[in-house]
Ligand binder design. Sequence first.
Ligand code: UT7
Length: 324
Amino acid sequence: MITKILSTGHALPAKVVTNDDLSKIMDTSDEWIRQRTGIVTRHICVEETTSSLSIAAAKDALEKGGIDGREIDLIIVSTVSPDYCYPNTACQIMKAIGAVNARCIEVNIGCAGCIYSMDMADSYIRTGKVKKALIIGAEALSKMMDWTDRRTSVLFGDGAGAFVLGASEDEEHGVLGITANSDGNMCEAITAGGRPLDNPWTHIDPPASHYTYMDGQAVFKFACRKVPESINEILKPLGVSVDEIDKFFLHQANYRILEAVAKFMHQPMEKFPSNMSEVGNISAASIPTLMDQYNEKGLLKPGEKYILCGFGAGLTYATAYVRW
Ligand code: UT7
C-alpha cells in the first residue's frame, strides 16, 4: 500500500500588493526586491483569514478530485498563523467540508510544514489507519510582519494550498520516498513572539516585538546546503539519479536559492517551477499552491518524477520523491 496524491487545490486573497506599493510605505524598491528575491507581487488578506483560505483550498482540491468531504478521515493543517490558538484550523475545515469521522491535527512547522504533514499522513495511510487524508498549508503571514521592517515584510505573502492523499495499490505511482528533518541548533534563526506568562502569580512583560524576525543570510546558507543533501539522501537508496527528476518543486523563498540548488545539482532551471514572482513566500502554502497551479495548466504528467522540498523555521526541512 502506498500514498498517492489524488488531487491538488489552492486559494489566494483577492488583494495584490506590488513592490512599488511597498516602496510607498517603507524604504525599499522594486529593483532591490526583484533582484535579491525574484518577488514582484504578493497576495495579502484584507477580508480573508487563515481558516477561510484553508477551507477554500480544501474545497478546491476536493472538487478537482471529485472527492466527497465525508470520505476524508484525516485532516492536517500546517500553519504558523492560525486564527485561533484553539480550536485548531483542521477542526474548522472538518465542519466546512462535511467530514464526519476525521482525525484533525494542526502543526506549527513553517515552510517545511506541508511536506512534514505529507510525511505524517503517509505513515497513517501506510499503516491502514487512514484511507484519504486532506493536508493543507495555510498562512496569513501579513499579520505576523512588522510592516516597518523592510528585511522581512517584503518577502512574505498570504495563501493556502492543499493535497488530497489516498491509499493506492499501484506501487509505481505516488509518494515513493519521504523524509523530514530538523536542526534545532538554528531555532533562533526565524522567530515570532508567543504569549508571555500572565497569571495571578506572575506577569512577564511582552517582548518588544511579536513580529517575525529572520536571519536571512543564515537561512539562505542553510537552504543551499540542506536541500541538495536531502534530495540526494532520498534518491540514493531508491537508485534514482538526480538527472531522472523531471521537476523540483522547492519551497519558494528566494529565486537565488533555486538557482544555487540547480547549479549545485547540475540541473537546468527549466526543471525548477516557480511562482514566487506572483505570490512571494507563502510558507507552508508554497509547494501545494505551486503544484496546483501547474496541475491546472496540465503541466503535471503521469509517470513524471518530482522532488518536493520545503525548508524554514526550526530550522526544519523535508523532502518527498513523488512519481505522478
Ligand atoms: O521561508 C523560510 C525560509 N527563508 C528563506 O529561505 C530566506 C533566505 N534568505 C533570503 O532569501 C535572503 O537572505 C534575504 C532576501 C532575506 C536577504 O537578502 P540578502 O541578499 O541576504 O540581503 P542582506 O540581508 O544581506 O541585506 C543587504 C542589504 C542591507 O543593507 P546594508 O547593510 O548592506 O547597507 C539591507 O539593509 O540590503 C538591505 N535591505 C534592503 N534594501 C532595500 C534589506 N532588505 C531590503 C529591502 N529593500 N527590502
